[in-house]
Each structure stands twice: as structure tokens, then as C-alpha cells.
Design a protein around this ligand. Structure first.
Ligand SMILES: [Zn+2]
Length: 584
């Protein structure tokens, strides 16, 4: 076709536009380049609440002072003196604190230390954690199984098609044929679904809603159910709860997990065609006590939380919880081990009495029926010392959940000795954690023994423990130190890295997470918390790091590092709890 003069003008205009866009894009890159922080200054890259403590950790240098500058015009808004240099045994670092707590004006800032450089830009705002909380909770939607997922909007291209639409019973389940279990959340970087890990996850999330409901109630997640009149946190939690309920057999027992026989490759979920199998203990009664008691606890919480939004669903949960509880009375300690030929996560636990204690306490809190109180009062002493350890709870040790819920849900008929004992021990432990953290050069609650598989979950769970203690007896120190652990996760750590994907100016980039590895997006799926440093080194990447590294340094941002860089729903839930607890 012959070009008309009009077309030629259009072409010229298009070329000019391309040149203009290229210039603008280069300018933006330059701005970003100038904006680059140094890893030698460690800040919470999201930021700080206006009236909270604000500390940066700075590598030791000859500098004695620091300034906090406004990002928009580089104007100095605060001048301070660096704290004395201190050695941190867990990282091997020598660091100084920059305290700018008195700067409470809303804005975007960076810390500038002469001769060291400038930090990443961060904010001081009352709603500083809202977006991170949104992304962290919405990350569960990205983990949905049995349906198509599309993060849409600003996350165009973050999609997966319907997956794992068929289930079958593995011979170890005691049942032949096809299984109707579809749905739930992919547990972690893999596509398995595990009742035990789902339970601590759901307990943590539903508690977050119970404790911090007014703040979570208004959080819209932009998920398919949004706008149905139910708070989105509960909409999203229900997706996984429905699957957990499907894992309950007619006799009340709950099968332990639903996975393929071996882990799938690094493919999108819809491309994983390994049969998804409901797996049991391999002999009568085929279901496991830990999984069954865990479901009883979670369904009992759901029966408290959902009534204002869906009374029928709440009632279904209460019935499931009662049936599960009854089953655990008949089979008090049927433990699970991977049957021959199964190599996916085991979530094995030889002791299910703590799960039963948790279930009894949640059922008592929900129903007020004496039988559950009686069980709790007869058994809580076996676990009361677990509150003294200054170590948070986890998927395997849920006794603290049982003890705390008994105290948080006190009734006139509750045992007063038990209430006093739980409260005293919890507050004493929380004070111990606060004291210890204030002495830590990085102001984090983690100690050397905590740098295990999922150490970031341990940090988040210290935060949860402190916020639970704060609910029992308000103490600004508990909240301050809970925030310290959040600051650690969001960048105030030896790597000056944010351990939440797409959050902060210097986030990690390579989670062990199949959709992030298999899709074509340049960045991983947003809002996902990494496992964190792990001195146990249970993967080849960590094993290859230099020998003699201090515990807190045993980490590499590599996809192959499943023991250090995997995501998982249980630590994701602890992060949501911590964020929800400090929302304003
Ligand atoms: Zn799936």
C-alpha cells in the first residue's frame, strides 16, 4: 500500500514518541540508580509507625553520626549520633544502632551515614503495613488448588489454570477408588496438601481475625468472593477449610495428607499430572490422631468465627469438630509415617496429646460444655512448662495454642488455677523475650538455636507470642518487640534484604516456589515469606556455602534452596498474624 503524507506524518510522530519514551525510561532508571541503598545500612524497607521505636542497624565504620533525609528533596529531617559498636555472635557482624524514634512526621525517608552510604527508602505512616498485610493475606489466594487463579490488575500475568481436579485413594488410606477431595491451598513450594500444617495455618489466621477483627474486616483482597458480605480474610480461609473438612472420613477420623507419591517437577500446577492421593497410616484405623485433633481444633474456631456470616457453615464445622474429637478419644495416639513409596512431606509427630489439648480447649471456648473443660483441666499440667521455654509454637507443638485459647476465652466456669498459671507463665516468657531482644545488636528475638528450617517463621511466631501476651495484659514493650521481629523480616537483617517477595526496595527474588519458577514473570509471586537462614543446611545450596558461617548467615537467595528459601502457608500465616496485630 502506498503511504499517504498523513501516514508519513504519523510514522514520524511515532518515531518521536519512541525516542521520547526511551528518554523517559532512561531517566527513570537513573533516578532508580540514584535511589539505590547500601546493604551496609539495614532498615525496615516498608517502614515504621509514627509513634513507634525506629532503629536502623549500620555496619561499623568511622562515622559517629547519621542523618535521616526526606526522599523527595534530600532535606535533612533528623540528625543523630550512632550507638556504640557491638559484635553480634549470630551474624559475626559488628554494628551500630541509629535511633530516629523521635522523627514522627509522615513521609518517605532514607538514612544517610557519612562514608557508608544511604539506606533504601522507607515510609513513616500510620497505615505503613496495610499493603504488606494485603499482599501477605492475598498470597493464600495464589496458593489455591482445584481452581484457576488470576492475581490480575497490577499483577497481570500471575495466573494458573485449574489444577489437581482429580483425587484417588492411596492403598494406605484403607479406601479404594476415586477421591472427591479437591481444593485447599498448595502447602508450600510444592503442590501437596497436608492437614497438620493446614491446621496451624488456619488456627493462626482465624485467631488473627478473632483478635484483630476490626482491622482485618475492612481488608478487601480482590478475590472471586469479594463483595459477598463476608470479610475477605474469612472468604479466603474458607477455601482451605472446605478441603480440610473433605479430609474427614464418615467415622470422624481425618486422613493425614493428599499429595502425589513424589514431588512434581518445577512446573505450573495445571501441568502437574501426577495423581493426587489421599494418604493414610496404612493400617486400621487409617486416619491419624494428630490430623484429626488438629481438624477438631480448627473447626471449633471456625464454629465461633463464621456464625455472623454463615450460620449453616459454622454449624457444619461444629459437628465436624465434635466428631473428630470423639474419634481421638477412641484412638488417642495413632501416629503417621510416610508409607513405602511416598516421599512428599511427612509432617510426622509421635505425640498427639498436645493436639488433643488444643482441640479440647477450642471446643470448650466455643461450646462451654463441661466435658471439654474437664479434659483440659485434667491434662494441661503436662504442657504448662512448654510456656516457659521462650520459644514460640509450631505445627508440631501446638500445646501453647491450647493453653492460650483457654486463657483468652475464659468463662466463669473456667478453672481459675489454670487461668492464672497460663497467664503468669505467658507474661513471664514474653518479658524474657523482650529483655533478650533489647540486648540483641540486631534487635531480633532469634537466638542461635532458632536459625533452623523456617527461622523466619520462628521470628514471626515470636511476634505472635508477644501479641497474644499483650492481649492478656497490655504492655507497650510486647508490641515494640513484636514490631522488632517484623522489622527483621522486612529488611533489618544482616543481608539488608526483605524476605517478602515484591515488598520493599530490596526483596529476595528466587523463592523455592513452583509457580514463581515455572511462569514467565520476571518477579516471583507477590507477598510470600521465605524460610530464612538455616544452620541445619538440609539442601545442597546451603551445604555449599562456606564452612564456619555464623548461623544467621546460612542463607542464599536461590530457588534450589528448599531448606532456606521455600515459602510455606504456616509461616505465611504467622506473618499475617504479626502484620494484622500492628495495623493501625
Ligand atoms: Zn493444585
Amino acid at each position: 500500500m502506498r503511504k499517504s503524507p498523513g501516514a508519513r506524518t504519523l510514522l514520524l510522530a511515532a518515531i518521536l514518541l519512541i525516542i521520547l519514551l526511551a528518554t523517559v525510561s532512561r531517566t527513570q532508571q537513573n533516578v532508580q540508580g540514584a535511589d539505590r541503598g547500601t546493604v551496609r545500612i539495614k532498615v525496615d524497607q516498608v517502614g515504621y509507625l509514627p509513634h513507634a521505636s525506629k532503629l536502623a542497624v549500620v555496619d561499623r565504620s568511622t562515622a559517629t553520626t547519621f542523618e535521616v533525609k526526606r526522599a523527595s528533596d534530600d532535606r535533612t529531617m533528623f540528625k543523630g549520633v550512632l550507638g556504640p559498636p557491638r559484635s553480634d555472635a549470630d551474624t559475626g557482624d559488628s554494628v551500630q544502632l541509629a535511633d530516629f524514634s523521635r522523627l514522627d512526621q509522615v513521609g518517605a525517608y532514607y538514612v544517610d551515614v557519612p562514608g557508608v552510604g544511604r539506606s533504601w527508602t522507607f515510609s513513616i505512616r500510620p497505615d505503613v503495613y496495610s499493603r504488606t498485610c494485603y499482599l501477605a493475606m492475598r498470597a493464600f489466594y495464589g496458593q489455591r488448588c482445584g481452581t484457576a487463579v488470576d492475581l490480575g490488575g497490577e499483577f497481570r500475568g500471575y495466573v494458573h489454570a485449574r489444577c489437581h481436579l482429580k483425587g484417588e485413594f492411596h492403598p494406605s488410606s484403607g479406601r479404594p477408588g476415586e477421591a472427591k477431595q479437591i481444593g485447599g491451598w498448595h502447602d508450600a513450594g510444592d503442590y501437596g496438601r497436608y492437614v497438620v500444617n493446614s491446621a496451624i495455618t488456619m488456627g493462626t489466621l482465624l485467631w488473627a481475625f478473632e483478635l484483630f477483627g476490626p482491622r482485618l474486616r475492612s481488608m478487601k483482597l480482590n478475590i472471586p468472593e469479594s463483595g459477598n458480605g463476608v470479610p475477605d480474610t474469612l472468604n479466603e480461609a474458607r477455601w482451605n477449610l472446605e478441603w480440610m473438612l473433605l479430609m474427614q472420613d464418615e467415622d470422624g477420623g481425618v486422613w493425614h495428607k493428599q499429595t502425589s507419591e513424589n514431588f512434581a517437577g518445577f512446573v505450573m500446577p495445571e501441568d502437574d499430572h501426577l495423581p493426587s492421593k489421599v494418604i493414610g497410616t496404612g493400617q486400621e484405623p487409617y486416619k491419624s490422631t494428630c490430623a484429626t485433633a488438629d481438624l477438631a481444633a480448627v473447626a471449633a474456631i471456625a464454629a465461633r468465627v463464621y456464625p455472623p456470616f454463615d450460620a449453616k457453615f459454622a454449624a457444619r464445622n461444629l459437628e465436624a469438630a465434635r466428631k473428630a474429637w470423639f474419634w481421638t478419644g477412641k484412638y488417642p495416639n495413632v501416629v503417621f509415617k510416610n508409607p513405602p513409596g511416598i516421599t512428599t512431606g511427612e509432617y510426622g509427630d509421635i505425640e498427639c496429646a498436645d493436639e488433643r489439648l488444643w482441640a479440647a480447649a477450642e471446643l470448650w471456648r466455643t461450646t462451654g460444655e463441661a466435658v471439654y473443660n474437664q479434659y483440659f483441666v485434667e491434662h494441661y499440667r503436662e504442657y504448662q512448662a512448654s510456656l516457659d521455654r521462650l520459644t514460640p509454637e509450631g505445627w508440631k507443638d501446638v500445646a501453647a495454642m491450647g493453653l492460650w485459647t483457654y486463657a483468652l476465652g475464659a468463662r466463669p466456669e473456667s478453672d481459675s488455677d489454670a487461668l492464672a498459671d497460663i497467664q503468669n507463665r505467658t507474661l513471664r516468657a514474653a518479658r524474657g523475650i523482650v529483655e533478650r531482644t533489647r540486648k540483641s545488636p540486631y534487635r531480633v528475638s532469634l537466638v542461635a538455636r532458632d536459625f533452623v528450617w523456617g527461622s523466619n517463621a520462628v521470628a514471626a511466631n515470636y511476634g505472635m507470642e508477644l501479641l497474644v501476651a499483650n492481649r492478656m495484659a497490655g504492655d507497650p514493650g510486647f508490641v515494640e518487640v513484636a514490631l522488632d521481629n517484623l522489622h527483621y523480616l522486612l529488611g533489618r537483617n544482616t543481608f539488608s534484604i526483605s524476605w517478602v517477595t515484591q515488598v520493599g526496595a530490596n526483596p529476595y527474588h528466587h523463592p523455592h516456589h513452583r509457580p514463581s519458577g515455572a511462569d514467565r514473570n520476571p518477579e516471583p509471586w507477590p507477598g510470600l515469606l521465605a524460610g530464612g537462614p538455616n544452620a541445619g543446611r538440609q539442601d545442597p545450596v546451603l551445604l555449599n556455602l562456606p564452612a564456619g558461617l555464623p548461623a544467621a548467615k546460612v542463607y542464599a537467595d536461590e530457588q534450589a534452596s528448599y531448606a532456606g528459601n521455600e515459602i510455606a502457608i504456616n509461616w505465611q500465616a504467622a506473618l499475617v498474624f504479626l502484620l494484622a496485630g500492628v495495623l493501625r
